[in-house]
Design a protein around this ligand. Sequence first.
Ligand SMILES: [Zn+2]
Length: 134
Amino acid sequence: METIRERLEEDLRTAVGRLRTIGGAVAVEESAGAIGDNSPYADEVDEILENERREIGFATRELLVGRVNRLTAALERLKNGDYGTCVECEELISPARLQALPEVTTCVRCQDRIERLGRQFVPSEDELETADDD
Ligand SMILES: [Zn+2]
């Protein structure tokens, strides 16, 4: 049976590996452009295709970088003993949720609320009341 740490480390390795693959693929595409251009339209078409591919590459890369950061943070929390606790309400995150998404930092309820608020940090009513208490 694999522990949550092994699972996180494995996911991290996979994400980092994919990130490297994307980096390599983009570099290869850039140098490949200099080789086969037999048709007069090749350059133009290549450019369009390459731009599209690059955009997809950037989006994927951003997602992967985010994943790597979350997984690294999760391993850090595991080390500190904070793992599995919701960062918003400090309640325990359900084991089923951690099983599905080992890098999550919030319980389902808080995640729901955050998504509804468009991922913005909104202070609680208590914090609003004491905000100008200076
Ligand atoms: Zn919560």
